[in-house]
Design a protein around this ligand. Structure first.
Ligand code: IVH
Length: 674
């Protein structure tokens, strides 16, 4: 980016970040997620690093923001409450350490004190002769709000320091303990559930709730909300009394504070990265939210020696975890044709990391969605992963536009086969390519048939399917069963072993489970659960192919649209020919045996994700034992299995209906016992 473009971009970024900060810190509300804001701040910092003369003292990168709210009296902090510079990966950690090394004596033995970075609000507790005198929010770092009456209601805040052997001096004179006030995820869930019941508006996340609560003017309300103070810093007038962060944590613990027992001393970057990766994986199972790690020089003399740059100490950084949300640019929008012919606009993005993987494409769903969100080519957009898997554009940041953005128009013809796209009355939003032989539709049908939830044929992914089609070795799904290793091996992509392996994998699936086969056919509206319901009712493919709309609509979970779609599929001549071909090739799904298993009659719903297995695997285990797997909690649900990161709606409904709740452990035990 040239300098004048950078300047314009910097100005727009600053304006938006400032707005975000004002809403967040002063008004206690959020105009975008922290992760999205972090990503913008990171972009700003990078641009300012590239063009240092564009840095101004009022840039959001240069200050600790957040004016105190009126209503609390204001108290000056003894020493400024700083914040931390962010780093995002190993390379940036190494760069930090290199910068740091220049500031420290060459002989310094460097150890790192590493802790989880909790997602709450910072608070300073002041003790005079061991007695709590002040609880102060961070405010703007120099002056905070006096929330003593509120923090006194927190059970985790000692009102008097414990007298611990060897630590007596901390109960003499002034001791300050800083830490994070957090609300636990489970408490947050419960709080929102009861608010939902009472018809009150729901809180956005645990951190906002904690922040909002601590700044309540009525301490009684605070006492009703479960908040926890977790300590991370210990200050004394004579800094030598606290030689290291490890010592600080041990002392705070002895004085009666909650500290993270995960915090530890590490010696080098590989150890730090290993620790970071482990906790990133275990993050969903922690009781509170974290957004990364805090890495500090353990030796406080070295830490002090490194000094402060702007708003942050040089001796510490926040290693931020992969954001579940970030910002990037829409480079282009193209149309992808799915196996049912649906023409889906897809955004091509400048590659970014979202929740641990690189994202360069995101579905825009349909024309209407693009118009509703007003997403344009060239826009800076917020992207996230829906359900943590499918990348999605949340919204464009319209204020970052510079006028060069272009509105997207849906093409009139299929970009793959040039057939005119059509729109069906029933589905206003969706354009389709009606050509069944459209190359894009064909390879996606085959890829779907071979996919994990369908026939699960290893080696038959997108690239191989396209190669086989291009070589005219196959023309439709059934043809894969005619493949010979001798033919496959002719293709560039294959060698002897891989060709044999692929043909073997295909042949092994000649008699698949009925529900997998039905799902694999790719009939519109028939997902794996519906396919299972249909398979369990009709028990063989012949019966399904002859079922009427009424027969199908009888099946639990099958509505009119699904029933019609299935009947339409089986009535189509080309599909009948396809089934004939399968039969000739001796490819036919197994008949479902009636299972009267040990879980028969029991209906299960799973909320959140399980640690031990995926949802579909859990569903298959339940079904294999004769139980029924449902997707939503209803009157007949017997058990709600609760995984991690659960949403509130299923829990609330289960609570209302009195559905029995099972932890993952209890659920596994139930499966084992059977
Ligand atoms: S040490 C110079 N340790 O993160 C501040 N901070 O961006 C050093 N935080 O304001 C703070 N968990 O509120 C430290 N284990 C932890 C933390 C932690 C969360 C917060 C803290 C601070 C912010 C820095």
């Amino acid at each position: 980016m040239n300098k004048s473009a950078a300047k314009a971009r910097i100005e727009r970024l600053r304006e938006l970040i400032n707005d975000y900060r004002y809403h967040y810190h002063v008004l206690n509300e959020s105009i975008m997620s922290d992760a999205a804001a972090d990503s913008l701040k990171h972009e700003l910092t990078l641009l300012e690093t590239e063009y240092p003369d564009l840095v101004t003292s009022d840039s959001p990168s240069q200050r600790v923001a957040g004016a105190p709210l009126p209503g609390f009296s204001q108290v000056a902090h003894s020493t400024r409450m700083l914040s931390l510079n962010d780093v995002f990966d190993e390379e940036e950690v190494i760069a930090w350490i290199k910068r740091l090394a220049k500031l420290l004596p060459a002989s310094a033995e460097v150890e790192y004190f590493v802790d989880l970075k909790m997602d709450g609000l910072a608070c300073a507790l002041v003790y005079e002769d061991g007695i709590l005198t002040h609880g102060i929010t961070r405010g703007d770092g120099a002056v905070g709000e006096d929330v003593t009456a509120n923090v006194r209601t927190l059970e985790s805040v000692p009102l008097r320091l414990r007298i611990a052997r060897g630590h007596e001096q901390f109960s003499r004179g002034r001791t300050e303990v800083r830490g994070e006030i957090v609300m636990y995820k489970a408490d947050f869930r419960r709080l929102n559930e009861s608010r939902e019941k009472a018809g009150k508006p729901l809180f956005a996340n645990p951190r906002n709730t904690a922040a909002g609560t601590i700044r309540q003017l009525n301490p009684r309300l605070v006492a009703e909300r479960p908040l926890h103070f977790r300590a991370y810093d210990l200050l004394r007038q004579n800094a030598d009394e606290v030689p290291s962060f490890l010592f600080a944590y041990q002392t705070m613990h002895a004085l009666g504070f909650l500290t993270n027992h995960e915090a530890t001393v590490l010696n080098n970057v590989p150890e730090v990265m290993h620790f970071a990766n482990e906790w990133e994986k275990k993050r969903p199972h922690l009781p509170f939210n974290i957004d990364g790690l805090v890495i500090k020089l353990n030796d406080r003399r070295l830490y002090a020696m490194a000094g402060v740059a702007g708003k942050a100490p040089r001796g510490a950084v926040a290693l931020k975890y992969h954001a579940e949300q970030t910002t990037t640019k829409v480079k282009n929008i193209f149309v992808s044709i799915g196996r049912t012919g649906a023409a889906t606009p897809v955004a091509m993005l400048e590659p970014v990391q979202v929740a641990g993987s690189t994202v360069q494409m995101a579905t825009l769903h349909n024309e209407g969605e693009i118009a509703r969100k007003d997403i344009r080519i060239g826009d800076t957009v917020i992207v996230h992963k829906a359900g943590d898997i499918i990348p999605e554009v949340v919204e464009p940041l319209t204020r970052l536009r510079n006028g060069s953005e272009q509105v997207f128009h849906m093409p009139k013809r299929c970009p793959e086969c040039n057939t005119e796209l059509v729109k069906q009355k029933r589905e206003e939003a969706v354009w389709r390519c009606p050509n069944r032989s459209c190359p894009s539709r064909t390879w996606k049908r085959i890829e779907h048939f071979a996919s994990k939830a369908a026939l699960d044929i290893e080696g038959l992914g997108e690239k191989n399917v396209i190669a086989l089609l291009d070589a005219k070795l196959i023309h439709d799904v059934a043809d894969i069963f005619t493949l010979k290793a001798d033919d496959v091996v002719q293709l560039d992509r294959f060698a002897d072993v891989s060709a044999n392996k692929l043909v073997g994998a295909i042949q092994a699936k000649k008699h698949p489970l009925l529900h997998r086969f039905i799902y694999g056919l790719g009939i519109r509206h028939i997902g794996i659960q519906t396919a299972t319901d249909i398979a369990n009712t009709f028990r063989n493919l012949e019966a399904i192919s002859q079922a009427t709309i009424d027969d199908l609509a009888e099946v639990n979970g099958v509505g009119a649209i699904v029933a019609e779609s299935a009947v339409e599929w089986f009535a189509e001549k080309k599909n009948q020919q396809l089934l004939e071909k399968f039969r000739r090739l001796d490819v036919w799904p197994e008949t479902v045996k009636k299972v009267g298993g040990p879980l028969s009659g029991a209906h299960f719903v799973i909320t959140g994700s399980l640690q031990s297995m995926g949802r579909e695997a859990a569903a298959e285990r339940i079904r294999a034992l004769g139980g029924d797997f449902q997707t939503s909690v209803g009157e007949q649900t017997d058990y709600l299995v609760i995984g991690s990161s659960v949403g509130t709606s299923k829990l609330a409904k289960a609570a209302r209906l009195g559905t029995k709740q099972l932890s993952e452990e209890q659920f596994l035990k139930m499966l084992e016992d059977k």
